[in-house]
Design a protein around this ligand. Structure first.
Ligand SMILES: NC(=O)c1ccc[n+]([C@@H]2O[C@H](COP(=O)([O-])OP(=O)(O)OC[C@H]3O[C@@H](n4cnc5c(N)ncnc54)[C@H](O)[C@@H]3O)[C@@H](O)[C@H]2O)c1
Length: 261
C-alpha cells in the first residue's frame, strides 16, 4: 500500500460465503473493511472472529432498503472517512419453475440482487469519488446462459451485468471503475440450499476443471478488480467458473424441463 492512509472497502453480504472471503482478502492486504449484512447476529460473530476491531465495521442492513443503505454509508464516512471499493455481493436465490415462482419471490429477488446494487452504488459513489475507486458486482453464470428453474434469479443477475456496463460508462468521469465477477458454482451456504444432488452432479460433469469453486478463488478475482493492478479495466465481467461458460451449454439440468433436472 503506497498511500499513508489505509484504503477502505464496503462488502455487502459479508457475514459468510464469498462476501466474508472477500472481506478477509482486503484485510490481508492492509485495507479496512465495512462488512454489511442483513443477518445481524451472524455478521457480529463473523466480524468478531476476524479479530481486527480497528480495521472492521459491522453494518446490519438490508441492501434493498434505501434509507438503511444511506445510514450505512454515513457510518463508514464517520468511522473511516473514505471509501475506495464497493463489492455488491449480497444476493438471494430461489430455484423454481417459472409457473411455480411466486410474485413475492420474483419481487424480492429483483429487490436484493438488482435494486440493492443500484442503491448501494448511489449511496457510495459520492464518497468514493473523493479518491476514485472501484465497484465489483457479483453476477453469476446464470446471467449469461438461460436455464430451467432460474427465471427470477438469472434475470436479476443479467440485469446486474448490464447495470455494471451502464455504471462503468457513467461513473468513469468520477474516477470510479465498475466491473463484475460471474461465479460458477461455489461451495457456499447458498449453493448448499439450492443445488440439488442432480444439479451438483451435472455441474461437476460440465465444468472443465471438474469441481466447484472455492470462496477464496472468488475473493482473489474480486480483490484484483478493486486493486490498482486493474486500473485500466472497467465495464468487464470476469467469469470465475472453472471454464464452465467457455465450454458452452452442457448440463441436462440446464436444458431439461424437469423440476430437479
Ligand atoms: N454460491 C454460488 O454457487 C454462487 C454462484 C453464482 C453467483 N453467486 C452469487 O455470489 C454472491 C454471494 O453468494 P454466496 O454463495 O456467498 O451466498 P451466501 O448465501 O452464502 O451469502 C450471501 C450473504 O448475503 C446476505 N444477504 C442476503 N440478502 C441480503 C440483503 N437483502 N441485504 C444484505 N445482505 C443480504 C446473506 O445474509 C448472506 O450472508 C450472491 O450474489 C450470489 O448470487 C453465488
Amino acid at each position: 500500500m503506497t498511500s499513508s492512509q489505509p484504503k477502505v472497502a464496503l462488502v455487502t453480504g459479508a457475514a459468510r460465503g464469498i462476501g466474508l472471503a472477500a472481506a478477509k482478502r482486503f484485510l490481508a492486504d492492509g485495507w479496512r473493511v465495512a462488512l454489511l449484512d442483513i443477518e445481524g447476529a451472524l455478521l457480529e460473530s463473523a466480524v468478531a472472529a476476524l479479530k481486527q476491531p480497528d480495521d472492521t465495521l459491522a453494518l446490519t442492513c438490508d441492501v434493498s432498503d434505501a434509507a438503511g443503505v444511506a445510514k450505512a454509508v454515513a457510518a463508514i464516512t464517520s468511522r473511516f472517512g473514505r471509501l475506495d471499493a464497493l463489492v455488491n455481493n449480497a444476493g438471494t436465490a430461489v430455484f423454481a419453475p417459472v409457473l411455480e415462482t411466486s410474485d413475492a419471490d420474483w419481487t424480492r429477488i429483483m429487490a436484493v440482487n438488482l435494486t440493492g446494487p443500484f442503491l448501494c452504488t448511489k449511496a457510495a459513489a459520492p464518497l468514493m469519488r473523493e479518491h476514485g475507486g472501484a465497484i465489483v458486482n457479483i453476477t453469476s453464470i446464470s446471467a449469461v446462459r438461460a436455464s430451467t428453474l432460474r427465471s427470477a434469479y438469472g434475470t436479476s443477475k443479467a440485469g446486474l451485468a448490464h447495470l455494471t456496463k451502464q455504471l462503468a460508462v457513467e461513473l468513469a468521469s468520477l474516477g470510479i471503475r465498475v466491473n463484475g465477477v460471474a461465479p460458477g458454482p461455489v461451495e457456499t451456504a447458498m449453493a448448499k440450499a439450492v443445488h440439488t444432488p442432480e444439479i451438483r452432479a451435472d455441474y461437476h460433469d460440465a465444468i472443465p476443471l471438474n469441481r466447484y469453486g472455492l470462496e477464496e478463488e472468488l475473493a482473489e478475482a474480486i480483490f484484483f478488480l478493486c486493486s490498482d493492478r486493474a486500473s485500466y479495466i472497467t465495464g468487464q465481467i470476469l467469469a470465475v467458473d472453472g471454464g464452465f461458460d467457455a465450454a458452452g451449454i452442457g448440463l441436462p439440468t440446464l436444458r431439461g424441463q424437469r423440476r430437479n433436472g
